[in-house]
Write a protein that binds this ligand. Sequence first.
Ligand code: HEM
Length: 231
Amino acid sequence: MNILSAFYRSSVGKKIIVAITGIILILFVIGHLLGNLQIFIGPDWVNGYSQHLHDLGPLLWLIRLFLLATVIIHIYLTIQLAIENRRARPEPYMDKRYVKATFASRHMVMSGLIVLAFIAYHLAHFTFRKTDPRFALLKPDPLGHYDVYSMMVYGFQNYFVSGFYVLGLFLLALHLSHGSSSFFQSLGLNDKKMTPRLAVGARVFAWLLFVGYTSIPVAILLGLIKPSQQL
Ligand code: HEM
């Protein structure tokens, strides 16, 4: 027990927990993107996928609670680490040229908190469907599933909604582009040759996620995807 609490209290221990919770969240973000991209294959796919998720019943709630706990631990510990860092060096650096620190690394807490606001809006929008009264008027699709496909199309046809998503996704990508390279350092992988390569890999990965996610509102605004039912 003592070893566990010492691990938690040490900043290396915290960094490892941040890395593990971060990787769980990244796996979710990849899985969620693959699920959402089915909108390009057709309504049956994305509606069927959503139905499968809802059919999980209590297990879905367990997964949701697990994800929520993961996000809370990730945020709580990163903020604590940021405070500890500031305490360790109360005076700001004289030379602000930030030789090594990138924009993304200097704004991890800010981008993380805006992403959190984005997720809160996103859940109200698509999971609890409280922001758009039209979503309640959607009829089930021919297979009897809730028409998530048309819900996404009607949702993203609004420029402000799509704009806010693109902003949230941009900050998520910024956050991940730094976060995933710190992940390797937290796990002790700090090599002269490998570290810069892993950092580039992390950046490419984060921006691929950005392109994948934003392709959905962009395709809808361009009129490439139309609702499968009229309201
Ligand atoms: C264009 C981007 C996105 C689209 C089109 C999208 C779409 C959706 C849809 C349709 C749902 C509801 C699923 C259902 O109830 O059947 C959902 C739920 C959710 N989304 Fe997204 N999403 C996007 C981006 C994101 C991002 C970037 C995150 C996280 C950083 C995220 C996190 C979640 C979470 C946590 C849920 C709740 C899952 C549940 O418990 O049902 N989404 N999303």
